[in-house]
Design a binder for this molecule. Sequence first.
Ligand code: HEM
Length: 132
Amino acid sequence: MELVRDITLILHFIGLAMIIGPFLVQMRAHSGYYFGWVMTGSLVQLVTGLLLTGLAEMGLADDPDMAVNHTKIAVKSVIATVIVIAAISAYRKQKKLAGGDNERKLLPYLHTAGALAIVNVILAVVWTGVVR
Ligand code: HEM
């Protein structure tokens, strides 16, 4: 079970990179935003996050003194869901744009996704709670 948890956590970090990477690289770009990556990364975060939560619950089931911080999980899930929505909306809008259209109006979506992912990293690290 430890191996499953390790692999899931590694995928959780890769999903994180798929959101924050495009944000950092393209935060001042004028076109060609990688919303497909951001969308996939945000879905990876939701799925691996839920799996990690389940694995943590299983690991703590026999220990009455330890518990998963459900408030933290709920807040992270809401934030991750907003990122998914922003990424899917931007991806669809980008597909509909014609050749000459100004893509820069989609930049706020990238900024929202990137900033919220960074907020989730900060919450994951600073807000204690998910114990193994
Ligand atoms: C953009 C979304 C997300 C980001 C950037 C993110 C970031 C992180 C980071 C950096 C860690 C490692 C923290 C550490 O080891 O100190 C972590 C761990 C964790 N995350 Fe997320 N997370 C996201 C979404 C979620 C969601 C939606 C859930 C739950 C539904 C979740 C559940 C967890 C759990 C349970 C752990 C602890 C794993 C363990 O140590 O066993 N995460 N997350």
